[in-house]
Design a protein around this ligand. Sequence first.
Ligand SMILES: C[S@@+](CC[C@H](N)C(=O)[O-])C[C@H]1O[C@@H](n2cnc3c(N)ncnc32)[C@H](O)[C@@H]1O
Length: 218
Amino acid sequence: MGNCTESSNLSLSAPTEAPAYAGASSVTITTMLTTQVWIGFIFDIILIVFALRFMWGMMRLGKISPFIRTRMPVAEEVAEAFGTLPEGSVLIDPGCGDGRVLFAIAKRNPHTTFIGIELRLLPYILALLEKRKHPDLNITFIHGNFFDQDLSSATHIYTYLYAHVMDSLLPKLLKELKPGTTLLSVDFPFSKKQTEHVTTLKSAEQLKLGRTLYVYRF
Ligand SMILES: C[S@@+](CC[C@H](N)C(=O)[O-])C[C@H]1O[C@@H](n2cnc3c(N)ncnc32)[C@H](O)[C@@H]1O
């Protein structure tokens, strides 16, 4: 009996200890769950921030063309089309990339002032490096958004931007440009401005890009 009592005491004592053990475990589990909930919450916030940044980037891209350089034969034809610029001319390339078209035009017009505006860092640096090779040419490169720059000093403008960017830029050009300013655009016309002249470039036969030159007068 005594044995029996002992064993029954033992068996009775087990449940009284169990809740103590189970209590400690549930605290640990609760802590772990709370930590997981917090980690999940922070992770969700990070995801939302990234998603919003991505959407904002895509919205901005609506106003930004990718960095696709004008092919050199096209750049030479554009330079030919601008010809010899009158004294005191200022030619601006909004979205100048590595500045190759400006260099092509500037080599024919060493006394003209040239301004290239470029948003992306890499092409801007490439333009600056190229400029070091031509200290005689009057070319200034600005690292920035052309929508934020004053374009009113231009007498001539060269563009190679997407059609929707051209249309976004038109109100600014109409507001800022002096009457008589000439704009030459490769491949992408304004949808709401009359061209003065349209030319098919000679290099069109060899190249997939760079076929048409649209000439506008403001
Ligand atoms: C199609 S590339 C033409 C580059 C150069 N004009 C050429 O003909 O080789 C267009 C360039 O415009 C730049 N760009 C687009 N939107 C811009 C903006 N809002 N401000 C400044 N640069 C911009 C891009 O980074 C890209 O280098």
